[in-house]
Design a protein around this ligand. Structure first.
Ligand code: SAM
Length: 256
C-alpha cells in the first residue's frame, strides 16, 4: 500500500470520509502542501499527528473540503431560477421541498430563500441544507458574512435581509429561520426523497467520475417526477438521460 493509500484508510476509519472518491492529484496536492507546512515528511506521519491533535484535524478538514461560497453565485443562473424554474414548480405545489446539498457557510440556502421570497411569505419557505463539514454549518447558523460575499446580492434583498454589523453583514433571523441545517456526507449517507428542487453546486468537481455517477443516480431518485436539479456553472451533466434527467435550461435538469 502506498503512503497515500495508508492515509486514506486511516482517515476513513477515523472520520468516515473516503478520500479515494475525490480526484486524487488535486487532493494530494492540497494535503501535501498542508503537511509540509506543518513540518511532516509524509502522509503516514501526518496521519499519526492527526489522530492525536483535534486542532490539526480541523485544519485538515478545512483544507480538504474547500468551503468558498458567495450569495447569488453566478448571478444569471439565479435569474433563471427566479424567472423560470420557481414559477414552474409553484404551479404544481405551493409548499416546495428543497435541498441545498454541500451548502458550505450558508450563502446558497439563504439565496434560495431570498429568491423564493419573491413568490411566498418566508413562513412558507423551508430549505433543508447539508454539508459534510460541521464547522461550516456552525458558521452558516451564525450568519455573519464579509462584504465580498454579498457583491452579487440585489440591493433590495440586501436592505431587506441583512443588518450591517461592522465589519460584517448579519443575515436577519426571519430568513435564517427558513433554513434547517444538518451534517450529511453525499458519498455515504442516505438521501431523502420527493424533492421539488435540489441545488448542488461547486462540489461535484472534486469527486471522481464513479463517485459523481453514484451521486447523480441518488439525486435522481430523490427528486419527484418533474423536480429540478440545479448544478454549478462548470458542472454540466454529460448524458443526463442515463439518470432519467432532461435539460430544462443550462445547468438545470428535470426528472422525467
Ligand atoms: C466550494 S463549496 C460549495 C458551496 C456552495 N454549494 C456554492 O456553490 O457556493 C463545496 C462544499 O462541499 C462540501 N463537501 C465536500 N465533500 C462533501 C461530501 N462528501 N458531502 C457533502 N458535502 C461535501 C464542502 O465541505 C464545502 O462546503
Amino acid at each position: 500500500m502506498s503512503d497515500y493509500e495508508h492515509f486514506i484508510e486511516g482517515i476513513k476509519r477515523k472520520t468516515g470520509i473516503d478520500l479515494s472518491l475525490y480526484k486524487e492529484a488535486q487532493m494530494k496536492r492540497r494535503l501535501t502542501s498542508l503537511y509540509e507546512k506543518k513540518g511532516y515528511r509524509n502522509f503516514v506521519d501526518f496521519l499519526h499527528a492527526l489522530e492525536k491533535d483535534r486542532d490539526l484535524m480541523n485544519e485538515f478538514l478545512d483544507r480538504m473540503t474547500i468551503n468558498v461560497s458567495e450569495f447569488y453565485r453566478n448571478g444569471k443562473r439565479w435569474e433563471v431560477l427566479q424567472e423560470k424554474i420557481f414559477p414552474m414548480l409553484l404551479k404544481h405545489n405551493k409548499r416546495l421541498k428543497i435541498w441545498s446539498a454541500a451548502c458550505s457557510t450558508g450563502e446558497e440556502p439563504y439565496t434560495i430563500s431570498m429568491v423564493l421570497s419573491n413568490y411566498l411569505p418566508l413562513t412558507q419557505i423551508n430549505v433543508f441544507a447539508t454539508d459534510i463539514d460541521e464547522n461550516v454549518i456552525q458558521k452558516a447558523k451564525l450568519g455573519l458574512y464579509p462584504e465580498r460575499s454579498l457583491l452579487e446580492v440585489p440591493t433590495d434583498m440586501k436592505s431587506k435581509y441583512f443588518i450591517k454589523e461592522e465589519p460584517f453583514y448579519k443575515i436577519k433571523d426571519d430568513i435564517k429561520r427558513t433554513v434547517t441545517y444538518k451534517k450529511h456526507n453525499l458519498l455515504r449517507d442516505s438521501y431523502d426523497t420527493n424533492y421539488d428542487l435540489i441545488v448542488c453546486r461547486n462540489v461535484m468537481i472534486y469527486f471522481t467520475e464513479e463517485a459523481k455517477e453514484q451521486i447523480y443516480h441518488n439525486f435522481s431518485k430523490s427528486l419527484r417526477s418533474g423536480g429540478i436539479l440545479f448544478v454549478g456553472s462548470t458542472e454540466q451533466i454529460f448524458n443526463p438521460a442515463r439518470y432519467d434527467l432532461e435539460v430544462e435550461d443550462t445547468f438545470f435538469y428535470r426528472k422525467k
